[in-house]
Design a protein around this ligand. Structure first.
Ligand SMILES: Cc1cc2nc3c(=O)[nH]c(=O)nc-3n(C[C@H](O)[C@H](O)[C@H](O)COP(=O)(O)OP(=O)(O)OC[C@H]3O[C@@H](n4cnc5c(N)ncnc54)[C@H](O)[C@@H]3O)c2cc1C
Length: 484
């Protein structure tokens, strides 16, 4: 079969574009090298739908961030994505830094960001109890918001799949297939696949794929690592999104709430040479903690329950997004999507479709496209009466597996047997938020492994955290036989 489109990469960019294409009369194949969708940078960021005052006026980033921000309300409503317009604050910690706020305000106005406002020291301190006593004022951006980055990515991809997009996991792009100077498909570890258009949405690896297509050999991605700590929401509550003044290294170490109520502190900004350095370091965590305390001093490192790192895909030398259709026939190039790539992703999808229309591609809406992804509501979100009814119908909902997050066996089964079946512990975590509480999976994971083993028909020793060799169980202790 020759697909209309083949998308490499199931991050937020690939997933939203896949859904946009599946909305129309197009056949779409998505390939993803990992065992689940959205395991790349889209799973490790600050989860902020930025307002758009930060990018350089006139850049792709500026245009697509502001447009993308505006598109999230509708998208979140259709896909039932947890999304909240919290507003954000950039705080000046000296008189000198107040000049930066004015510059950002001007930049934001040029970019078309609505509602930006400078706040005095008094109003800043009033609105942000707990902010550093050094605060001298702030820039308030009412349109900024926070999102569940895992679920937004997954829900978009699932909605595309339900509407006809074919998804192949554990399928790695290796090279292009060519026909008379035109790209006509890809070679993967699972064979060759053909398409009229191949889309490069490979995140941090997008430059390597772009080079294989023979495009921009002089451009390359510098991985810029960001490290974070996550605070226990039972110990500390910070319901704000607060940035320091940006520097040449980026937006700086922020203190933000997640959509689930945890406080996130980070990210650092370190250029690294290896695209696999997705680990935290003592130095990085120290920097994140110091940066966070400089802005919001009143929290304790003993409240840290998790840490993680993500890699920004900064395209050098331009440092802007690169989005182009058809320079090489059959190739759509989406490269350098670093921050604010998450906020911009809906607009990137929209923009690519516009470019394709300009190239003469005919788009007709599919009459049976269903934009709505009905939520599989977790038991904890039901009323007492609804809970009783659900447990009566399916007793698995009566068994709590994750105590901190109150996730039941029924919730887990729904994801294992969903349209994009969860096959690993982390896939369940991304879909249900299990294992993210104070005990960080200490209570639930043996039970989750048993359930995954039973439902997917693999031995407990073969159940993984995130695919590959990330197993939990390596054999029996004292020769005991393990019954599942
Ligand atoms: C520290 C940090 C903080 C950030 N904070 C924010 C923020 O607050 N707001 C915001 O808007 N943006 C933020 N970003 C940026 C945002 O996370 C990214 O722009 C966005 O997630 C990029 O999405 P993507 O789909 O391009 O890439 P990814 O999510 O990385 O997806 C690419 C996919 O391609 C797959 N892939 C790669 N190579 C192959 C291959 N050979 N074959 C098959 N599949 C392949 C990968 O496995 C991956 O799943 C942040 C980024 C970082 C690192």
């Amino acid at each position: 079969m020759v697909y209309d489109f083949l998308i490499i990469g199931s991050g937020i960019v690939g997933s939203l574009l896949g859904r946009e294409l599946a909305r129309h009369n197009k056949s779409v194949l998505m390939i993803e090298k990992h065992v689940d969708v959205g395991m790349g940078t889209s799973a490790a960021n600050s989860a902020i739908v930025h307002a758009g005052y930060d990018p350089q006026p006139g850049s792709f980033k500026a245009k697509l961030n502001v447009r993308g921000n505006a598109l999230w309300d509708h998208l979140a409503a259709e896909l039932f994505i947890p999304f909240r317009r919290t507003g954000s604050y950039v705080v000046a910690l000296s008189e000198e830094e107040k000049k930066t706020l004015e510059k950002l305000l001007e930049q934001g106005r040029q970019n078309g960001v609505p509602g930006l406002r400078l706040l005095s020291e008094e109003e800043t301190k009033q609105r942000l109890p707990g902010i550093s006593p050094q605060a001298r004022g702030s820039l308030f951006a009412p349109t900024a918001g926070i999102i569940d980055p895992f679920q937004a990515n997954f829900f978009a991809c699932e909605n595309a799949v339900v509407n006809g997009m074919k998804l192949l996991l554990e399928t790695r792009f290796e090279d292009f297939l060519w026909e008379e100077g035109k790209i006509c498909g890809v070679r993967t570890n699972r064979g060759d696949f053909y398409a009229r258009w191949v889309v490069n949405a490979a995140g941090i690896f997008a430059d390597e794929i772009m080079h294989k297509a023979g495009v921009h050999p002089d451009f390359h991605i510098v991985p810029r690592r960001g490290q974070y700590v996550v605070l226990d929401r039972n110990s500390f509550s910070w319901d704000k999104v607060v940035f320091p003044c940006p520097t040449e290294k980026g937006k700086g170490i922020l203190v933000t709430t997640t959509i689930h109520g945890n406080t996130l502190v980070g990210p650092t900004s370190e250029n690294v040479s290896d695209k696999f350095s997705l680990f935290t370091t003592e130095e990085g965590l120290r920097e994140a903690i110091q940066g966070g305390k400089r802005l919001v001093p009143g929290w304790d490192v003993r409240w840290i329950i998790a840490q993680y790192a993500g890699l920004r895909a900064t395209l050098m030398p331009t440092k802007d997004f690169l989005i182009e259709v058809g320079e090489v026939p059959g190739f759509i190039n989406i490269c350098g999507i670093d921050s604010p790539g998450y906020a911009s992703a809906p607009a990137i999808a929209e923009y690519v479709v516009e470019l394709l229309k300009e190239k003469g591609e005919n788009f007709e809406l599919k009459p049976d496209f269903n934009p709505i992804r009905e939520p599989r509501r977790l038991l904890k979100h039901l009323s007492p009466e609804e809970r009783r009814q659900r447990v009566a119908l399916s007793p698995a909902y009566g068994r709590i597996v994750c105590r901190c997050e109150e996730i039941t066996e029924g919730d887990i089964l729904a994801e294992i047997h969903g349209p994009i079946p969860a096959r690993t512990y982390d896939a369940l975590k991304r879909r249900t938020w299990l294992g993210t509480g104070r005990c960080q999976g200490g209570f639930d994971f043996p039970r989750v492994i048993e359930i995954l083993s039973r439902e997917t028909g693999v031995a407990v020793e073969e159940v993984t955290k995130k695919g590959g060799s990330s197993r939990f169980v390596f054999g029996s202790v004292r020769g005991e036989h393990h019954e599942v």
